[in-house]
Design a protein. Structure first.
Length: 194
């Protein structure tokens, strides 16, 4: 049993990809660590113990690279009919779907195959501004709030913009007319020089 007030020497312990080298001299609650990739870093013991820090960041980068390289997503069902995707992304506890697919499935009933079809139909671009978007959580499924019908996939900015304009065609038309007006100074009615 641990005696209170005594520090446990954890030098040499391995947590994820981190090897604890020594307790930090400046901040005793932190440890100087060495990652398997060779980088040296200082990490809070609280984050190591809770499993929040498992590497210098190389593990996260590798997972993102694998997730980005996953070209196709398929939806299958297990023997109970529960939807399941083959995405590499982080999973929700007790779910067979990654976080992105779970959100789309639970909110809109959009399977990974249907999302992939819609995504490829739009040529991996936002339906409004046509900027390139990735398949991850930054690809927002736009839908009608009254009928819940899916309209397309949007980038973050366009999705927020539509929400700020309350999905109203009239407000968007007024905004277009406003943007097309000639610029005038607040002090005079003369147009500003361009």
């Amino acid at each position: 049993m641990r005696e209170y007030g005594k520090r446990i020497d954890r030098t040499g312990e391995k947590h994820g990809r981190l090897l604890l080298l020594r307790r930090n001299e400046d901040v005793p609650s932190k440890w100087d660590c060495s990652c398997d990739c060779g980088k040296q870093l200082t990490v809070s013991w609280r984050n190591i113990r809770a499993g929040r820090t498992k590497s210098c960041g190389c593990l996260r980068d590798e997972r993102k690279a694998v997730q980005a390289s996953t070209a196709s997503r398929t939806l299958a069902a297990d023997e109970r009919g529960t939807p399941r995707c083959d995405c590499v992304g982080p999973r929700i506890r007790n779910s067979r779907l990654c976080k992105s697919c779970q959100g789309r499935w639970s909110k809109y009933g959009l399977s990974p195959d249907e999302f992939e079809f819609l995504f490829e139909t739009q040529a991996s671009e936002c339906a409004i501004c046509q900027c390139a978007i990735s398949r991850g959580p930054l690809a927002h499924v736009d839908h009608c709030h009254e009928t819940n019908d899916i309209r397309g996939i949007l980038c973050v900015r366009c999705n927020i913009g539509l929400g700020q304009m309350r999905h109203s065609v009239e407000i968007l038309e007024r905004a277009i007319r406003y943007l097309q007006r000639p610029r005038t100074s607040h002090r005079s009615s003369k147009p500003l020089p361009t």
